[in-house]
Ligand binder design. Structure first.
Ligand SMILES: *[C@@H]1O[C@H](CO)[C@@H](O)[C@H](O)[C@H]1NC(C)=O
Ligand SMILES: *[C@@H]1O[C@H](CO)[C@@H](O)[C@H](O)[C@H]1NC(C)=O
Ligand SMILES: *[C@@H]1O[C@H](CO)[C@@H](O)[C@H](O)[C@H]1NC(C)=O
Ligand SMILES: *[C@@H]1O[C@H](CO)[C@@H](O)[C@H](O)[C@H]1NC(C)=O
Ligand SMILES: *[C@@H]1O[C@H](CO)[C@@H](O)[C@H](O)[C@H]1NC(C)=O
Ligand SMILES: *[C@@H]1O[C@H](CO)[C@@H](O)[C@H](O)[C@H]1NC(C)=O
Ligand SMILES: *[C@@H]1O[C@H](CO)[C@@H](O)[C@H](O)[C@H]1NC(C)=O
Length: 500
């Protein structure tokens, strides 16, 4: 309490108290769907998640292959909340989809509209496709970041005008909507835990936290309602650490990935059944499915790619956000001891490269990055790197550091001499520049594996799966659409099951 009164001293308290928390206006019809989000659940199923301002006894979605004939219906009774939230998280799974086909859906409510999506590509479909990588994306506007420049700090100022989302990363995803088929976002959503950075929020942390989450997922919905939006956990899903002065105020929903779990626990997949003819691979994939723990660690396949999502926050030795972890967040564990790493080993071992030539692993915290040792997750490297190398992972995707980086293929801190020409080591990127209230991370130290780094403006990555041997990795400047960096990774993919 002493610390709190010290913090508040000198602030114009009356002026602060007069400012209301920026909650979205409640609809008259409390079944109105908000914060819609689509995800891949199986080769023939997607999930639809959304939030409402009342609990739904039965949440349903009508769907079909014509906007005028939504003849199929999927329902569930899941409608969950937690004590500090105004909204309920709902989720249903649409099954029996014909692959790579345009579907239409309408969440059942008197106040919803028809939306559409492309159903997942079958594992092994050789059609080239593109996906985007967005990490460390925060709310835009008065409670978050804006793109008004403040060169002196690389942070951004409170806008004088209403937010123009068309010039943010979300705006660029909207502008390029036809260019990509899915988005992966391994960690750090909304930055609601940074509510205390805005004066108007200081006296009402719980509501400010929730208001930012509502705003953020409303802002994301135009993208996430129509493109599979595959997520993983980041430290900001559990962060109270930055509140050390006000720790007593840390609202319940802010701890231990609470909101993240309500929002995504029923909408992310486990792991796909193997379509390999090799029975060992089939057994390993079944084991991985059993050990998976969505939305923390899981895998899915899409066309030529096997994607594995890992949790760099909890559930491995010395995990930074775990009990006694270095971040002091006391999160998790979410699985049994050793479960995540056993999942990863079985999952990667199961991949048949004649079906999905590419293996991409995505998580939040990198172990290779510019910037300095504070930006590197050494326990992550100890836990995960050998598995990624051993099973020939092609690309590692990380964020956490707020800028854009392409790193040479590297293993055990040593650059692979093959470069992008059929390396044995994984290539890595850091795509943490999507934009949030904390601003950009300066480049800092550039280790010898650094191939490209950009920290002047907000950015994200576009990855083009050209064919079974060529993968194009681009970084895009969000505001302008300019391609900042483009490279092509060549992998011969001659072995059916990689072991090295
Ligand atoms: C219907 O939904 C829109 C948002 O999609 C909302 O602005 C409006 O208030 C809702 N109408 C009612 C009657 O709730
Ligand atoms: C859910 O069921 C309860 C009890 O039967 C009822 O009072 C409530 O109005 C229902 N809610 C909705 C949204 O239908
Ligand atoms: C972005 O939105 C602002 C305000 O609505 C508008 O003036 C501007 O033309 C828009 N820019 C683009 C590129 O659409
Ligand atoms: C079957 O798959 C396993 C790994 O999943 C691999 O080690 C083994 O070599 C494969 N067998 C054949 C005959 O390819
Ligand atoms: C976090 O949540 C998980 C799952 O509910 C639970 O098992 C774990 O004990 C919680 N950790 C803490 C520190 O409360
Ligand atoms: C990793 O590098 C260290 C020092 O450079 C070396 O001693 C060690 O043998 C290497 N380990 C592997 C698995 O290559
Ligand atoms: C794969 O794509 C690359 C880059 O476009 C191209 O050079 C190569 O010929 C393609 N390979 C095959 C087998 O089509």
């Amino acid at each position: 309490m002493v610390q709190q009164s010290t913090l508040f001293k000198g602030l114009p308290l009356l002026a602060v108290a007069a400012l209301a928390v920026d909650y979205p206006t409640l609809p008259d019809d409390l079944t109105t769907p908000y914060q819609q989000r689509l995800a891949i659940m199986s080769p023939t199923a997607v999930s639809i998640g959304w939030n409402t301002y009342e609990k739904l006894n039965s949440s349903c979605v009508d769907y079909g292959t014509s906007s005028s004939d939504l003849s199929q219906q999927a329902c569930s009774t899941k409608s969950t909340t937690y004590s500090t939230s105004r909204t309920y998280s709902n989720a249903v799974t649409l099954t029996g989809l014909t692959p790579a086909t345009t579907y239409y859906y309408k969440i059942v409510s008197d106040n919803s509209t028809v939306q559409q999506f492309l159903s997942p590509r079958t594992p092994g479909d050789q059609t080239p496709f593109t996906f985007d990588v967005v990490i460390d994306l925060g709310v835009y506007g008065a409670d978050g970041y804006t793109i008004t420049s403040d060169a002196s700090t690389s942070k951004r100022e409170i806008p004088a005008v209403e937010p123009d989302l068309n010039i943010t990363t979300i705006g660029r995803l909207a502008d390029t909507y036809d260019d990509y088929e899915l988005v992966i976002h391994p960690g750090d959503f909304a930055y609601a835990d940074d509510w205390y950075l805005k004066l108007q929020n200081l006296l009402d942390g719980t509501d400010a936290y929730q208001a930012i989450l509502e705003q953020f997922y409303d802002q994301l919905a135009p993208i996430a309602a129509g493109k599979p939006y595959m997520v993983g956990p980041g430290n900001h899903e559990a962060d109270c650490d930055e509140l050390s002065l006000l720790i007593d105020l840390c609202p319940e929903g802010q701890r231990n990935f609470t909101d993240f779990l309500h929002r995504f626990d029923a909408t992310m997949p486990q792991a796909f059944p193997s379509t390999s003819t090799n029975t060992t691979a089939q057994t390993l994939a079944a084991t991985a499915r059993t050990l998976s723990n969505p939305p923390f660690w899981y895998s899915f396949e899409y066309g030529m790619v096997h994607f594995t999502m890992i949790d760099t926050e909890t559930d491995f030795p010395d995990a930074p956000d775990g009990p006694d972890g270095s971040a002091g967040l006391d999160g998790g564990p979410f699985g049994q001891s050793g479960q995540q790493l056993a999942f990863l080993a079985a999952d990667l071992a199961s991949v048949d490269r004649t079906v999905t030539p590419w293996v991409i692993v995505a998580g939040h915290r990198p172990w290779y990055s510019t910037g300095g040792s504070d930006d590197l997750c050494a326990p992550c490297q100890a836990a995960f790197e050998d598995l990624l190398y051993q099973y020939g992972v092609d690309l590692g995707v990380f964020g956490h550091v707020h800028n854009a980086q392409r790193l040479q293929p590297v293993y055990n801190d040593t650059v692979d001499a093959q470069g992008l020409n059929d390396p044995a080591a994984p290539m890595y990127i850091v795509a943490g520049g999507a934009g949030n209230i904390e601003g950009l991370s300066s480049v800092g130290t550039e280790p010898d594996y650094t191939a490209f780094v950009y920290a002047e403006d907000y950015s994200y990555s576009t990855i083009r799966v050209l064919n079974a041997t060529h993968l194009q990795v681009e970084f895009i400047r969000s505001e302008t659409g300019e391609v900042l960096d483009s490279s092509v990774l060549y992998k011969s993919h001659t072995e059916q099951f990689v072991r090295q």
